[in-house]
Design a protein around this ligand. Structure first.
Ligand code: 8OZ
Length: 368
């Protein structure tokens, strides 16, 4: 390894993430954009979008389904077919050509789906048969969520195998690593939190049992990838997708302890509740309990990011919305330049508008 310095905690200085050299500590957060092509395959437009953002220290892709059962939205990409792997390969090549680094986020939506998105119109699956409040996004518009089918314990090895296969596919596509999505009310989070998991078997009840599926997934994925190329994302108090836990501090402290055994690349934490803006959990405690790199996310600006790094509250900062609107966000932060405003109306679905047409600073300057 080259002698890059990791002692400086500057946002825009290089950082060694295990054996991977990042250009800076600014991470592009995973962002669902609903612009995959037929067969949920990444397209030329997706290649352009990620390539434009390669100056991030690390890109974490939008969530990608590990299996047809893992699908919960229209036009979200998968990583379970050979065409999807080939599409992602082109995304990865575009990012690497610009000296960027990119991890694939592995996703199973659990109950946040709808029969119309499932193979054979099946019921979505979950730890327990508890219907989320709200509506699913389908190809035919919004539809009330239905009660999911509780997974049988004998189905869980198949789901773990789907994660392992997806991890292999990510390797085949040339990614630098993978992030296991265990946040935001999807399958793994539904097992972790006690409002969605009322199982009475080895996968429910105690925190140890509720985190068993995540642990099995981590073990399977770290058989495919070196642990230093595997991250995990959690969201202890985010209520998005109608989920909650009666004691997030205790639950996610225990999850951080468990994950500490694996020498992972990082722990990525959505801090606070994206819905209410509340922030009651002590994330300093979660960070201290995790033996490894802590990546903070949710509403960070340049000033808040620098403060978190300088006070030891984070090692890496993941930023979402500002990366949507500013393909060259690290350069803009470096220059204290004006930021483009994200257009929320083009976040989910559509075409190049609000996706690849946000101007970079240099383009603005050249034409100025
Ligand atoms: C917004 C819309 C659809 C999906 C997440 C994958 O929250 C998502 C997502 C966000 O993790």
């Amino acid at each position: 390894m080259s002698g890059i310095t990791t002692s400086s905690v500057e946002l825009l200085s290089p950082f060694a993430l295990g054996d991977l050299e990042l250009q800076n500590r600014l991470v592009m957060a995973p962002l669902t954009r609903n612009r995959a092509g037929d067969g949920n395959v990444p397209t030329d437009l997706n290649v352009e979008y990620y390539g434009q953002r390669a100056s991030a220290g690390l890109i974490i892709t939008e969530a990608a389904q590990i299996s047809p059962q893992g699908v919960g939205y229209p036009s979200t990409p998968g990583i379970h077919t050979s065409a999807q792997v080939a599409g992602w390969r082109r995304v990865v090549d575009a990012v690497h050509a610009r000296n960027g680094r990119i991890f694939l986020q592995l996703w199973h939506v659990g109950r946040i789906s709808h029969p119309s998105l499932q193979p054979d119109n099946a019921q979505p699956v979950a730890p327990s048969a508890i219907r989320p409040a709200g509506e699913a996004v389908t190809y035919e518009g919004m539809k009330a969520f239905e009660t999911p089918r509780a997974l049988r314990a004998d189905e869980l090895p198949g789901i773990v195998a789907d994660y392992a296969r997806a991890a292999r596919h990510a390797r085949d596509a040339g990614f630098d690593g993978v992030e296991i999505h265990a946040a935001n009310g999807y399958l793994l989070d539904e097992f972790l939190r006690d409002a969605t998991n009322i199982r009475d078997d080895a996968y429910g009840g105690s925190v140890e049992n509720r985190m068993r599926l995540l642990q099995e997934v981590v073990e399977a994925v770290t058989q495919i990838w070196p642990a230093q190329r595997v991250g995990v994302r959690l969201s202890p108090e985010n209520s998005f997708n109608d989920i909650r836990d009666s004691d997030p501090q205790a639950t996610f402290g225990a999850v951080a302890d468990m994950l500490s055994r694996y020498q992972l690349a990082y722990l990525h934490v959505v801090e606070g509740d994206m819905m209410s803006g509340e922030r009651k959990v002590d994330y300093g405690e979660i960070k201290r309990r995790f033996a490894g790199i802590y990546m903070a996310n949710n509403g960070y600006t340049k000033a808040r990011a620098e403060q978190a790094l300088h006070t030891g509250m984070a090692d890496l900062i993941a930023i979402g919305k500002l990366f949507i609107a500013n393909p060259d966000l690290p350069q803009r932060f470096a220059d204290n330049a004006e930021l483009n405003e994200p257009d929320t109306s083009t976040f989910y679905g559509g075409d190049a508008r609000g996706y690849t047409d946000y101007p970079a600073l240099t383009q603005k300057r050249k034409t100025a």
